[in-house]
Ligand binder design. Structure first.
Ligand code: UGA
Length: 472
């Protein structure tokens, strides 16, 4: 199958490379000159495990090539399926649909009869609802509109290639597809995955994508609240989650407490859905609480350090890990950055480390007062406390006994519950995790900041829809 993929960010590039690996003839189209030049020269503009090998081997096999806007007309005209994976976040917690609208305006007239348009970008449902009329307006009267489908992605950064090739399901959202040309093309394309294919109306498919992320975010905030409850009883959240996880209705995934969820998807999509609910006067207190809990988690590190250290102002704190999760160079909405901000505001001297040079550069650019080092041991040397903010394997496997010797005070706040408390204690550390009987319970938080966080979140929920019990 001949495929064009427009937009080569995390989603588009993984899609293009994986489809090429499945034997398709793929052209990636990218408007950003620096990104395009990097790809043409065999350099990856993003870090994703295994992606460079896939791009290189499929490039050599002539199944994958990259073009700029000047190559778009030829590539699109020669494609059976045209996929769009341009960004739809405004980088500020909101949606932006200008880029996709402009892309569709440029693209749709180029698509040849019999080919299908597939949108992989995550879209707001109200925008999706307008797509049918838009596609009809692009065809001549009496002609059938181009088959147009949504194909939301469920890939996680760090495991994106495996998630693409072995998905739990493939969702197809039908915008317009009178002869089933689009869904048949996608069914053929995804045959190698062996995954069940779920065909839905387009708006339902777009909500199915958002709802999956909202539910994952809810699980994490639940785990974070549960961790506070476990601390109150001196219980261990790992054991509590293990006991829950055997129940097939619940499962054990996404129940790891810590400094909260980050990245370009979960935090933004919770906020954007809350804002949409607000605009429509829909009562969404559960999502408001998910957001509130998540925004509070990085502050818990500060609360713990205030209890553990005689004085936070002037103390040297090592923050290990700067990306929003391991195995990516993405620092968008990284909880580590929020921790650095809180610590710096409290007067601490922060030294940070991350294995990814791009993540170190981003932190240096974002925080003028932050010292950044390329060695975890240098960060730990002379530290009054260490915060593990991202659970990179390299950090989990650090020689923690040697690190304890280097620290001025061997105190660690494990922001990801990634280290074994008993081994850390044996290695000489005073260990604090989340819900492992060592973190201060929720009631120890500063009342003023809790009240402020609650007020900020409640302001997102329309008062008219709060109902009597809350309004009273
Ligand atoms: C998320 C979804 O998991 C993907 O299915 C989806 O395709 C993607 O968003 C998207 O919409 O594009 P991603 O943001 O790459 O993927 O990362 P996740 O693995 O979901 O992790 C998100 C955050 O939650 C990370 O900061 C991670 O550290 C945190 N997390 C995850 C926890 O704090 N606890 C957990 O138990 C799991």
């Amino acid at each position: 199958m001949r495929v064009s993929v427009v937009g080569l960010g995390y989603v588009g590039l993984v899609t293009a490379a994986s489809l090429a690996e499945w034997g398709n003839d793929v052209v990636g189209i990218e408007a950003d000159e620096a990104r395009l030049t990097a790809l043409k020269n065999g350099r990856m503009p993003i870090f994703e495990p295994g992606l460079d090998d896939l791009v290189r081997s499929n490039g050599i096999a002539s199944r994958l090539r990259f073009v700029g806007p000047d190559g778009m007309a030829d590539a699109v005209a020669g494609s059976d399926v045209v996929m769009v994976a341009v960004g739809t976040h405004d980088g500020n917690g909101g949606w932006q649909t200008d880029t996709i609208s402009q892309t569709l305006d440029a693209l749709v007239p180029l698509i040849r009869p019999g080919a299908a348009l597939v949108i992989r970008s995550t879209l707001p449902p109200d925008y999706v609802a307008t797509l049918g009329a838009y596609m009809a307006s692009q065809s001549d009267p009496g002609e059938r509109p181009i088959p147009t489908m949504l194909n939301p992605e469920f890939t996680r950064e760090g495991t994106a290639i495996r998630d693409f090739m072995q998905p739990d399901r493939v969702v197809i959202g039908v915008v317009t597809d009178d002869d089933e040309v689009g869904r048949n093309a996608l069914a053929t394309m995804y045959e190698p995955s062996g995954a069940p294919i779920v065909v839905l109306p387009a708006v339902d498919a777009s909500l199915g994508k958002l709802a999956a992320n909202l539910f994952l975010a809810t699980k994490i905030s639940f785990a974070n609240e549960l961790a506070g409850i476990c601390d109150t009883y001196g219980a261990n959240v790992d054991n509590v989650v293990t006991s829950m996880s055997y129940d097939h209705r619940i499962g054990g995934a996404f129940l790891r407490p810590g400094v909260g969820f980050g990245g370009s998807c979960l935090p933004n999509q919770v906020t954007m859905t809350l804002l949409a609910a607000q605009a429509r006067e829909v009562h969404a207190p559960l999502l408001a609480a998910v957001k509130q809990i998540n925004e509070f988690q990085p502050r818990r590190v500060l609360i713990a350090l205030r209890e553990l250290l005689p004085e936070l102002a002037g103390a040297r704190i090592a923050v290990l890990g700067l990306t929003f999760k391991p195995d990516t160079d993405d620092v968008r909405e990284a909880p580590a950055h929020k921790i650095v901000r809180h610590l710096t505001a409290a007067g601490a001297r922060v030294v940070a480390y991350d294995p990814m040079p791009r993540a170190r550069d981003a932190a240096m650019a974002g925080f003028p007062d932050l010292a950044v080092t390329a060695s975890p041991m240098v960060a730990v040397s002379g530290a009054d406390a260490v915060v593990l903010a991202t659970e990179w394997r390299e950090l989990r496997d650090l020689d923690w006994a040697a690190a304890a010797e280097l620290a001025r005070r061997p105190i660690i706040v494990d922001g990801r519950n990634a280290l074994d408390p008993a081994s850390m204690t044996a290695a000489g550390w005073t260990y604090h995790g989340f819900g492992r009987g060592t973190q201060q319970p929720a009631t120890w938080a500063e009342p003023a900041s809790i009240a402020a966080a609650e007020a900020a979140v409640l302001s997102l929920v329309p008062t008219a829809s709060l109902g009597r019990s809350l309004a009273e």
